[in-house]
Write a protein that binds this ligand. Structure first.
Ligand SMILES: [Fe+2]
Ligand SMILES: [Fe+2]
Length: 311
């Protein structure tokens, strides 16, 4: 396949045709990430956990040791694993037990989710947009992504959940980098009373920032040294089929979940001009209409459950 996965060279031809546009985009993104690096930090412990779980030599004991040294994180994880979301309400009293029951990966994801929540701060920018609204949307996309991965029996449910949770983090980079510009994007995209945009959000971002939230998302995931699937999900959730074939799965799942979540009552959908789910993307992940309808039906309840857990 072709090498299209960097995401930094795909400026829409219409608005930045000049040679060097891609270089400008890279500069803008690098400047933003530099500028916000004091805010957009994951706690050291979270980065340690990511590193540890990625290492093939790590054991449950190693993870237990790191988490148990942080009482706040420990209690947070126990609260989550004992919620109805994991189907084991009130049964898990120790981190060790949580790791045994849910696995290293799931516990890692809970720890990361707990740290990510703190990044979605900054109040309300317009009547249609607040960091909290975006976080609620990201939770819904996470839940939908997990359900899709489960339904497709891909063994990627934990990864899909976290990818969904992170997918629009580029918008938070924009918010922390330059609030005034994000307000400009919101105004350019426009929205009716239901939050349905009038104009293309990504185009408005490209015009205003010189880059869009997918570019910022890629850069943040790379800065945090997150595994590739998260780079793909944040950077390609609006265009998963631009990735090489072997890298499309998680980004495609998040693409579908994003559109389903946008259709929920009160769901954030400013960056989606249309919420149709492309048949080509469904084909890519072998998602048929029956599975899709089944998930759509129970998604609202599952999201409510998860909101109670991640709030
Ligand atoms: Fe998005
Ligand atoms: Fe989204």
């Amino acid at each position: 396949m072709t090498q299209q996965a960097t995401g930094s060279t795909s400026a829409p031809a219409a608005q930045q045709p000049a040679p060097g546009a891609a270089a400008n985009r890279e500069q803008v993104v690098a400047a933003a990430i530099r500028e916000i690096s004091h805010i957009a930090t994951l706690p050291e412990i979270t980065l340690k956990i990511v590193e540890l779980v990625e290492s093939p030599k790590s054991t449950a004991q190693d993870l237990n040791k790191i988490i148990s040294a942080d009482p706040a994180l420990s209690s947070r994880i126990l609260k989550v694993v004992n919620s109805s979301f994991y189907g084991l309400p009130g049964q898990i009293a120790s981190i060790n037990r949580a790791i045994v029951m849910l696995g290293l990966n799931a516990v890692k994801n809970i720890a990361i989710a707990a740290s990510l929540a703190k990044l979605f701060r900054g109040g309300e920018l317009t009547a249609n947009f607040s960091a909290k609204h975006l976080w609620t949307h990201c939770n819904a996309v996470a839940v939908g992504s997990k359900m899709l991965a489960d339904s497709l029996r891909l063994g990627l449910a934990d990864e899909a959940f976290l990818a969904g949770l992170m997918h629009d983090i580029g918008i938070m980079v924009e918010m922390q980098f330059d609030r005034a510009k994000l307000i400009e994007v919101l105004q350019k995209a426009g929205a009716d009373s239901k939050g349905v945009p009038a104009n293309d959000w990504l185009k408005a971002e490209d015009e205003t920032f010189g880059a869009n939230h997918q570019d910022f998302g890629i850069a943040l995931c790379e800065k945090w040294r997150f595994p590739k699937p998260f780079v793909y999900a944040t950077g390609f959730h609006h265009r998963p089929l631009e990735l090489p074939n072997e890298a499309r799965t998680i980004a495609s799942i998040v693409y579908v979940a994003d559109r389903m979540a946008a259709m929920l009552e009160g769901g954030f959908r400013q960056d989606l001009l249309v919420t149709d789910i492309g048949a080509d993307v469904c084909e890519q992940i072998k998602l048929d209409q029956i599975k899709l309808d089944a998930i759509r039906k129970i998604l609202p309840d599952e999201v409510k459950n998860a909101n109670a857990m991640l709030a």
